[in-house]
Design a protein around this ligand. Structure first.
Ligand code: FMN
Length: 251
């Protein structure tokens, strides 16, 4: 798929020098109004940036928290747009499509309710079909959770995002720990150590809050303003056939 190859190639050309190259702006619709925020591109669902996995896909993966407003926005309206600027090479990608939330199966935002069956069939394929592996969304969610660095994972065990700080309960096990390792209990901010039971409970809560957002791309607008002459190409998925059509357009 040419748009995916372009993203991978340009991201690789930027990321070593520009850490921000994996930061994208993700827009949702909130009661008919735009809502926009920065999120980090975590790679394509089923894949890993440093080694080959059993799977490949063209679904963009983002890690989000079930307690944040974007979850309800996406449940109410799954359409979104990503705007991605890679400054070293001068590439803007605008990706339009639908968002799918993969949450803990016991949570009301459950994958089987929000993820249509065809999503995996149409977008994820096994590298070695002869092995007969079966795709499992929960397995992928857990893989992504375990892949997080302890510093990143801590976000999901903190008190609820967006709530007034004053409402934090000092007796709650949810505190602003700088790192959350799955093996070692973190140091409690009050200087004491979490007990193994508290650590286990925190790990359960963090994993419960952890959601992967799969972005299913329908249209890509790739614009290169630094080129002389400037270049702009649109990729559109054709309804019915599912084929991608590429059109060079005026910048
Ligand atoms: C550099 C940067 C990276 C971020 N990465 C993420 C991310 O990967 N996932 C996420 O949910 N929020 C991320 N955030 C926080 C979001 O921008 C946002 O503040 C938060 O998710 C709440 O969004 P909401 O209120 O629209 O749901 C990031 C913010 C910044 C500034």
């Amino acid at each position: 798929m040419e748009w995916k190859q372009r993203i991978e190639k340009q991201l690789a050309a930027n990321i070593k020098e520009v850490k921000d190259a994996a930061y994208v702006q993700l827009a949702t619709v909130a009661n008919g109004r735009p809502a926009n925020r920065t999120v980090v591109f975590r790679g394509f669902i089923g894949e890993d940036h440093s080694k080959e996995t059993e799977w490949q896909s063209d679904l963009l993966c983002f890690d989000v928290d079930i307690r944040t407003p974007k979850i309800k926005q996406i449940e109410a309206c799954p359409f979104g747009e990503i705007c991605w600027w890679m400054s070293k090479t001068g590439d803007q990608f605008r990706l339009t499509g639908q968002m799918h939330l993969i949450a803990n199966p016991t949570h009301p935002v459950h994958s089987s309710k929000t993820v249509p069956d065809h999503l995996a069939e149409d977008h994820i394929c096994a590298r070695h079909p002869e092995k007969g592996l079966v795709w499992d969304w929960e397995q992928e969610r857990v893989r992504q959770w375990e892949k997080c660095s302890p510093g990143l994972r801590a976000n999901w065990v903190w008190p609820s995002p967006g709530q007034p700080k004053a409402s934090n309960d000092p007796s709650s096990i949810m505190q602003f720990v700088p790192k959350f390792d799955l093996k070692e209990p973190p140091a409690h901010p009050n200087g004491q150590q979490y007990t193994p039971e508290e650590h286990q409970e925190l790990a359960r809560l963090g994993k419960d809050h952890f959601v992967i957002l799969a972005f299913e791309v329908e249209r890509v607008d790739h614009y290169k303003p630094y080129e002389q002459p400037q270049q702009r190409v649109i990729f559109e998925k054709q309804e019915g056939t599912g084929e991608w059509k590429m059109t060079e357009v005026n910048p």
